[in-house]
Write a protein that binds this ligand. Structure first.
Ligand SMILES: CC(C)(COP(=O)(O)OP(=O)(O)OC[C@H]1O[C@@H](n2cnc3c(N)ncnc32)[C@H](O)[C@@H]1OP(=O)(O)O)[C@@H](O)C(=O)NCCC(=O)NCCS
Length: 198
């Protein structure tokens, strides 16, 4: 399977990651004016979750120590409350590249140990986590589309531009560009994710 970037590979600054996340939403919704973009941000629960996640990353990676200490508790309260409200579990420890797009909120659980590349699409009721009592979670490449209800678990790699079909269970490696479908997921083609990720 495609070798993925090492875990300590540098990421762009958090501001750039958030800008790329919002850019995905603005492009998908064709929100070209400031007014439309503001309405989209205010009305899209997944954006609230992603923005909170990125702010957590800012505190973790870039903020000064006093700011970290001052905001640790309020941040924990806000992020935990939002998690209950919108059903998207994302913690700042999770490495996710710029341009994350969560299609609909509800039932999304991404392990702190998981890694996702840039420009990935995650849909509602997706689980990306460890298997059983292990601590090793999936490493997912760039521009991967993960359909509603899919589960990716354990120390597996998913290559760049792969597609995981709705309700599929991925417990083994998926090559780049592959279409993985079913329970357990089997590779059914190599069409890539271009049509789904955009
Ligand atoms: C990823 C996806 C789009 C792939 O679709 P596709 O490339 O067009 O695949 P096809 O429809 O040609 O299906 C190929 C085969 O796999 C089967 N298949 C398709 N999706 C499947 C899935 N999620 N699980 C199991 N089998 C699946 C089809 O029945 C077909 O089987 P057949 O050859 O025996 O007829 C599709 O799997 C999927 O996830 N669709 C859901 C999209 C969705 O949820 N959209 C809403 C987002 S909010």
């Amino acid at each position: 399977v495609t070798p993925l970037r090492p875990a300590d590979a540098p990421q762009p600054p958090v501001r750039e990651r958030l800008r790329a996340d919002l850019g995905r939403y603005f492009t998908m919704a064709r929100a070209s004016t400031r007014w439309r973009q503001a309405r989209l941000v205010l009305g899209t629960e997944a954006i609230w979750a992603i923005a909170t996640y990125r702010f957590g990353q800012y505190l973790r990676e870039e903020a000064s120590r006093p700011l970290q200490l001052a905001l640790r508790l309020p941040y924990g309260l806000v992020s935990r409350s939002l998690q209950y409200l919108v059903g998207i579990h994302l913690t700042p420890a999770t490495r996710i590249g710029p341009g994350l797009y969560i299609g609909h909120h509800g039932g999304v659980w991404i392990s702190p140990h998981a890694e996702l590349g840039a420009h990935c699409n995650v849909n509602h009721h997706v689980t990306i986590g460890v298997a059983g009592k292990g601590r090793r979670a999936p490493k997912i490449g760039d521009r991967v589309w993960i359909g509603p209800g899919a589960t990716v678990s354990g120390p597996v790699s998913v290559g760049d531009d792969a597609v995981i079909g709705a309700n599929s269970l991925v417990a083994t490696d998926v090559p780049k560009q592959a279409l993985a479908l079913g329970v357990p997921a089997r590779v059914m083609g190599f069409g890539g994710s271009r049509n789904l990720v955009g």
